[in-house]
Design a protein around this ligand. Structure first.
Ligand SMILES: [Zn+2]
Ligand SMILES: [Zn+2]
Ligand SMILES: [Zn+2]
Length: 103
């Protein structure tokens, strides 16, 4: 059961084959722990355990509510408005990611 009312914002149906890291961290020299991708525009950001929490920052500034984990073996998504984890079966693919700069 999901209590997220934002599934109609999902535009990303196929994950990229690979990404280089958190886009904002790469641009600013920051370091990320885990990677998340915005399911509305595809922007790659970093998790809440990363120093700069760029995935959450993007959700706040863009009003794009849903992200999905890009970590290997993880297929959960998260809604920043409802604060709920959910599985979105319409999003296909698996993304190759580099190791975290934080180890
Ligand atoms: Zn929601
Ligand atoms: Zn970041
Ligand atoms: Zn977005």
């Amino acid at each position: 059961m999901t209590s997220c009312a934002h599934l109609d914002t999902v535009r990303l149906t196929r994950l990229p084959e690979s990404v280089l890291g958190c886009e904002e961290c790469l641009a600013t020299g920051g370091k990320w722990l885990h990677l998340r991708i915005c399911l509305e525009c595809g922007r790659v950001g970093c998790c809440d355990d990363s120093p700069n929490r760029h995935a959450r920052a993007h959700a706040g500034s863009s009003a794009h509510p849903l992200i999905r984990s890009l970590e290997p073996g993880e297929d959960w998504s998260w809604c920043f408005i409802d604060n709920v984890a959910l599985l979105i079966p319409g999003v296909q693919g698996e993304t190759r990611i580099p190791p975290s700069p934080l180890g």
